[in-house]
Design a protein around this ligand. Structure first.
Ligand code: SF4
Length: 438
């Protein structure tokens, strides 16, 4: 075997960059993974399991699937997209930026709507950040400087298992040489999570009272009075949070979907940003969204620099990009049956969208591009398998703090299996050919 060092884990938004992967000498199989957490290691180890799909699968009239060639799959996809008036391209969070860019070209050519997983996770954060701005920093700065950490509506102990040991709670940094001993950890949540159990202060709030709590904290910070209890939290507890933050040198607020998906949504994030802004009158304070999939941040970056909007981007008017959450967002388009074809890429729409939206997807021509079998592939007319980013192909991905990181290839993809980028380029080329023929 040989060892590949400094491998980037392409599972969650932490994008850990210190994995060591032992592969066989012919670079066909992964033998061992070191340094990854349980979920990260599993991603690498299950690649070599038997039963991998290596050919596109087309659904037949009787509901069974038949293997077809990549040429047939590409032709079917190109014709389906050209026949469609408004196709939806949803997903993008588990592939590299090169593939996202190539996919955007295809969506532009076929007048589609491009949306990524932010539409059902941190889309509200992106709206607030565009409205209000974002005082932020890199995870490296958090590790080296932060002495006050707030986790709000997130549970990294389960969702980002190495976040706490690499960046937020335990590591010793340049100005934080005492590690955990030099930090005060606050956890704000409506339930006592495993992250809350390692916090110094746990603030249990009533569900959906985040906005009120932020407002109360800002009021206390200004030295004004508040009622004896806000959102289920006694005034003294909120004052304790403010005192801890004001006495710190560098405060970092990490927030997750427990904040973005409770009542108030983007307004919760507005209020959080404003609390951080106010804290900067006393000390240094920043906030970072806990992004889930490893390149959901990159999906927003690529869309942002190509069309000006980080998600829910409607290119059906061909001459201009439109972004109107509630109208151009995937769930709304599917529930209202406003799209007539769907490409699911690097995500599992059927596993996460409301039933009404999934039902529409199952009734319109759908192509799912994914290395594995998922709920979406089983509701699709065509499943095209691809190489796994970060394992079988490299490419640029953005960490949750918006730092671009070049991922590494460890082993070869099964013979003949295309990468996402190659696939989108070939579908685009086939679209051009068909348009030229007509
Ligand atoms: Fe991979 Fe995330 Fe675990 Fe790091 S924390 S090893 S990026 S799954």
């Amino acid at each position: 075997t040989k060892t590949i060092k400094n491998v980037i884990c392409t599972f969650c938004g932490t994008l850990c960059d210190d994995l060591e992967v032992d592969v066989t000498d012919d670079e066909k199989k992964i033998v061992t993974v070191r340094n990854a957490c349980a979920i990260g290691a599993e991603k690498y180890l299950h690649v070599s399991n038997p039963g991998r799909v290596v050919l596109p699968r087309m659904r037949q009239a009787d509901g069974t699937y038949k293997d077809v060639s990549y040429d047939e799959a590409i032709d079917f996809t190109a014709k389906t997209l050209l026949k469609s008036k408004k196709p939806l391209f949803y997903g993008w969070s588990s592939t590299n930026c090169e593939a996202i860019s190539a996919g955007n070209v295809l969506a532009e050519k076929t007048g589609g709507v491009i949306d990524n997983c932010a539409t059902v996770c941190h889309g509200s954060s992106l709206l607030a950040i565009q409205d209000t701005g974002v005082p932020s920093c890199t995870l490296g700065e958090v590790k080296n400087r932060a002495d006050r950490i707030i986790f709000w509506g997130c549970n990294p102990a389960h969702a980002h298992p190495r976040h706490m040991s690499r960046y937020s709670i335990f590591p010793r940094g340049f100005f934080s040489a005492k590690g955990q001993k030099g930090r005060k950890i606050i956890c704000v949540d409506c339930r006592e999570t495993d992250t809350a159990k390692v916090a110094d202060t746990f603030v249990r709030i009533k569900q959906s009272y985040d906005y009120e709590i932020f407002d109360a904290l800002r009021t206390l910070l200004r030295g004004e009075d508040i009622p004896d209890e806000v959102g289920g939290v006694p005034k003294e507890k909120l004052q304790e949070v403010i005192d801890i933050c004001k006495s710190g040198r560098f405060v970092t607020l990490f927030f997750g979907m427990g904040l973005t998906h409770t009542l108030g949504r983007n307004h919760n994030i507005d209020a959080g940003i404003n609390l951080i802004r106010d804290l900067n009158d006393y000390t240094k304070a920043v906030l970072i969204a806990m992004r889930g999939h490893y390149n959901v941040t990159g999906a927003g970056q690529v869309l942002g620099w190509q069309y000006g909007f980080p998600f829910a981007c409607d290119l059906s008017r061909l001459t201009m990009a439109r972004h109107n959450p509630g109208e151009t967002t995937s769930v709304d388009l599917l529930v209202r049956k406003e799209v007539d074809a769907c490409v699911v890429i690097a995500s599992d729409l059927a596993a996460h969208f409301p039933f009404e939206a999934t039902r529409t997807m199952a009734h319109i021509p759908t192509i799912t591009i994914d290395p594995h079998i998922s709920m979406s592939t089983e509701l699709s007319d065509l499943h095209i398998p691809v190489a796994i980013v970060g394992v079988e192909v490299g490419g640029c991905c953005y960490r949750m703090d918006n730092v671009p990181i070049e991922t590494r290839k460890c082993i070869d993809a099964p013979d003949g299996v295309l990468t996402d980028e190659e696939l989108f380029k070939r579908i685009s080329a086939r679209v051009d050919e068909i348009l030229a023929e007509n």
